[in-house]
Ligand binder design. Structure first.
Ligand code: SF4
Length: 346
């Protein structure tokens, strides 16, 4: 493995992509980008990152922002607990480190939402600490270069790979970590698509030399996701729409359209709405399937028009929802369908 260091660093210097968070080595910039990149492709992150930095340019600003506004900025990225953890970590940095990002790996690791990978990335890139940052890209490159058929999702193996990489880290550990990740993202691609013919490591790569680059890493059969059925109610009253704030679960504190478990028939839907409501019309709306990390929502909707607003909901105009309310991605197609519905009736 030691032999890969020089060619990798050379390749990285000549080929690294110009990314907004790489323009400086500011830990705040690297931190925010790393958290965003955990769930979204680089191209999509660029726009979110730009918007985030324009509104929240410093750790102090992040520590002070209202959660509602933060979630709105995060809207579409999913995994909202990550946004909440950013704010919690910023508050700690302000309180315990006078607003200056800590430079010790051990201190970084204690911040909410920061695991070994992110702590390693920040401390090596921004503070030149010899720490490793092992993500899926690094595991793929490592297992191919060493021709090891191991389970790349196994945390024990990940730690072993981290220990092996730590031994070969050069005096520019940040460049090495970014270089190996970049190689995984752009050249040593997953599945059967590595671009070995243009790879700077091809003469050293054991999987390539043994024609095994397409077999490694071993494919892991994913468990079937649990499916939950949901009926979504798009309730309209005097040009306002009913919203509900989630009080529990993974989308806690985000806004949603009222919804009920199971796929309800129109009769069951009317029952769910309750007695005493004067329904002007109810019609079946669009359906949507949303896939989370561990489960799947199978959603259908009803468009319901009523003539008097119910007290248990917040009533908001379409424009206001779009501007000020963070709706999870799962509910976005229903918002789009409402926009279409309003256009038709105007
Ligand atoms: S030679 Fe191929 S398999 Fe080996 S590191 Fe390069 S791209 Fe990956």
């Amino acid at each position: 493995m030691k032999e890969i260091v020089e060619p990798l660093l050379r390749w990285y210097q000549e080929n690294k992509r110009i990314l907004p968070w790489r323009l400086d080595k500011d830990p705040y910039h690297v931190w925010i980008s790393e958290i965003m990149l955990q769930q979204t492709r680089i191209e999509a992150v660029k726009e979110y990152y730009k918007r985030f930095m324009e509104r929240i340019p410093t750790i102090q600003d992040l520590s002070e922002i209202e959660e509602e506004e933060l979630l709105k900025l995060w809207e579409g990225l999913g995994y909202y607990s990550r946004a909440r953890n950013l704010k919690k970590a910023a508050v700690r940095i302000v309180q315990e480190y006078h607003g200056i990002f800590p430079s010790k790996y051990e201190d970084i690791l204690t911040l909410p939402g920061i695991g070994e990978y992110t702590a390693g990335a920040i401390s090596s890139i921004c503070f030149q600490k010899k720490e490793v940052a092992v993500d899926g890209n690094v595991m793929r490159v490592y297992t191919r270069v060493t021709n090891q058929d191991i389970d790349v999702t196994d945390n024990k193996k990940k730690k072993e790979v981290g220990d092996a990489i730590r031994k070969i880290l050069p005096d520019t550990p940040g460049d090495f970590n970014e270089g190996i990740m970049e190689l995984g993202e752009t050249i040593c691609l997953p599945n059967a698509t590595p671009k070995c013919d243009i790879c700077p490591l091809s003469s050293l790569c054991k999987a390539y030399l043994h024609h095994r680059e397409k077999e490694i890493p071993r494919k892991i059969v994913k468990k079937e996701k649990k499916t939950e059925d949901l009926t979504v109610f798009l309730i309209v009253c005097q040009h306002k729409i009913a919203l509900n704030k989630r009080s529990t679960g993974l989308l806690k504190n985000l806004w949603e359209f009222p919804n009920a478990p199971h796929l309800l028939s129109s009769k069951e839907a009317l029952n769910w709405l309750g007695e005493g409501i004067s329904v002007i019309r109810i019609q079946k709306g669009i359906s949507n399937t949303h896939i989370f990390t561990h489960k799947k929502w199978n959603m259908q909707s009803y468009l319901v028009e009523i003539d008097f607003p119910l007290e248990n909901y917040v009533w908001v105009s379409l424009e206001d929802i779009q501007k000020n309310y963070a709706l999870p991605t799962a509910f976005k197609p229903f918002l789009e369908s409402l926009i279409e519905e309003f256009k038709k009736s105007n």
